[in-house]
Ligand binder design. Structure first.
Ligand code: ZN
Length: 86
């Protein structure tokens, strides 16, 4: 019985995560989406291409994508939008 509950929870989580990825990818924003055309990404501040300096500098960038611009130090998410530090 408990195995069935675990299985059902896993199915629900999978559906939830899958839906989040699809919604986020279509909206081109948020953490869950997958950006497939990363070669078109440029820094929103200086216009430098992301591909050549796309290296994760912190855990957030490692987990969710994004990069820190080598040219101007701008922190950008995987959609090419500037992330403002609080
Ligand atoms: Zn830049």
């Amino acid at each position: 019985m408990s195995l069935l509950i675990i299985f059902l929870v896993m199915v629900c989580v999978s559906i939830y995560v899958g839906t989040m990825i699809i919604i986020s990818t279509n909206k081109r924003e948020g953490k869950w989406g997958i950006n497939t055309d990363t070669d078109k990404l440029v820094c929103p501040k200086c216009g430098k291409k992301a591909l050549e300096n796309r290296k994760p500098y912190n855990l957030q960038q490692l987990l969710w994508g994004g990069w820190t611009c080598k040219n101007c130090g701008c922190v950008v998410d995987k959609w090419g939008k500037e992330i403002r530090k609080e």
